[in-house]
Design a protein around this ligand. Structure first.
Ligand SMILES: Nc1ncnc2c1ncn2[C@@H]1O[C@H](COP(=O)(O)OP(=O)(O)O)[C@@H](O)[C@H]1O
Ligand SMILES: [Mg+2]
Length: 375
């Protein structure tokens, strides 16, 4: 016999029968409540949520069938055992229809009562096991779905990265060849060109590896107050190197900036540099203008820190604009990985921020980032 204890509600209009049932069930270790009619029973049921209800089929106020219906509607798993008398055949059949678990006949035999309770208890335990099993199964299915999607993005990543590395290897080979032949033929300009090609390829590889590391690592965001001056000076320094070889002006406007920024400085820096790198690429792509301008403006509006990155580069069409935040989307063939904006947006949303973009083809692009001013 199962030793699990249950809360049992006993319902009968005859006090004697209630008492016999209560004593018998308490003796075998269950917690028992009792009620003289269906209506009282229902109130008690709502308060105590017993797992088993044992009810007389014929009672004043609300009969056993009505009680059975209401209990099953509220709690389909509850086991309802009906107590039937002679000549209750129609009612017995009706209670079968409404999901009664079992029947015991009057006068109640205690052994039969115990047996009915044990059977009900077994069903309850089986139901619990089934529910647990279903929950585990659902979790497994969810894990499998997640794993499959991780695997497929991993596959996509390996493909993209290998493709990019292959392109960059060609550049490295070319640079090496040029530098070597420059040295052999004593041509400083060929040597310098070769070295330039090498250093650009190395720079690209570095950026790609940094992006992959940023993508692979799930580092918790560590938001701290950071002096705006220091943060912006770091960006200016990084960007100065990137634009030095080109006809691009890079400017930071920070007169409206707060003194402290609440950021994870390292990750926000990498988000901004990714956006600024794209701005540089867009300026180089645009052959219409001789000189280009990139501007980072930082200010505040209501409770938000507003950062705007504006370029007058090649801009983009509506179809491109719709895809730029997708992982692996790039319009740059070998030169792009499609990591940058995906990572940037993740970092910004880890800061409870948003990023939006406005762009006009051949005119330029503006990214607007909103972050909470304070955390
Ligand atoms: N400032 C910009 N001007 C024009 N196009 C841009 C700009 N920033 C991003 N894009 C577009 O968004 C795409 C995705 O950018 P990103 O995720 O950084 O990948 P990647 O730079 O490796 O191509 C770019 O390939 C480009 O088409
Ligand atoms: Mg990029």
């Amino acid at each position: 016999m199962d030793k699990t204890q249950f809360a049992i509600l006993v319902v009968d209009d005859e006090a004697d029968i209630r008492e016999v049932l209560e004593i018998a069930l308490t003796d075998i270790g269950h917690r028992v409540f009792s009620a003289p009619d269906g209506k009282t029973a229902l109130d008690l049921f709502e308060k105590q949520h017993p797992a088993i209800v044992i009810t007389d089929i014929k009672m004043p106020v609300m009969d056993g069938i009505e009680l059975l219906k209401q209990v099953k509607r509220q709690s389909p798993d509850t086991q309802v055992i009906m107590i039937t008398g002679h000549g209750d055949m129609d009612l017995t059949i009706a209670s079968l229809k409404f999901g009664a678990a079992d029947f015991i006949t009057k006068p109640v035999n205690v052994d039969i009562l115990e047996l009915a309770v044990v059977k009900a208890a077994d069903r309850l335990i089986a139901q619990q096991k089934l529910a647990e099993y279903t929950r585990k199964l659902e979790m497994l299915v969810l894990e499998k779905t997640k794993l499959t999607s991780h695997l497929s993005s991993l596959g996509l990543m390996i493909g993209t990265v290998s493709h990019n590395i292959k392109g960059l290897l060609t550049n490295l080979d070319g640079g090496l060849y040029l530098a070597r032949s420059g040295l052999r033929r004593n041509s400083p300009s060929d040597t310098a060109d070769g070295l330039d090609m090498l250093s650009r390829a190395v720079e690209k590889i570095k950026q790609m590896i940094m992006d992959i590391l940023m993508y692979a690592k799930e580092r918790p965001t560590d938001i701290q107050p950071v002096p705006a001056k220091k943060f912006l000076a770091d960006i200016e320094e990084t960007m100065a190197v990137k634009v030095s070889r080109h006809a691009i002006n890079f400017q930071v406007r920070s007169d409206q900036a707060p003194d402290s920024l609440y950021l994870d400085a390292a990750s926000m820096m990498s988000a901004l540099v990714n956006i600024l790198d794209n701005a540089v690429d867009a300026c180089l792509e645009d052959k219409d203008k001789k000189r280009h301008h990139i501007c980072l403006t930082i200010g505040q509006k209501e409770t938000s820190l507003v950062m705007e990155i504006q370029d007058d580069g090649c801009g983009m069409d509506v179809e491109t604009k719709a895809k730029i935040f997708d992982l692996f989307f790039s319009s740059k063939q070998v030169k792009g990985t499609g990591f940058g904006l995906f990572i940037a947006r993740n970092i910004i949303s880890q800061h409870q921020g948003t990023i939006a973009v406005e762009s006009v083809k051949r005119r330029g692009t503006t990214f607007t980032i909103l972050l909470p001013l304070k955390q």
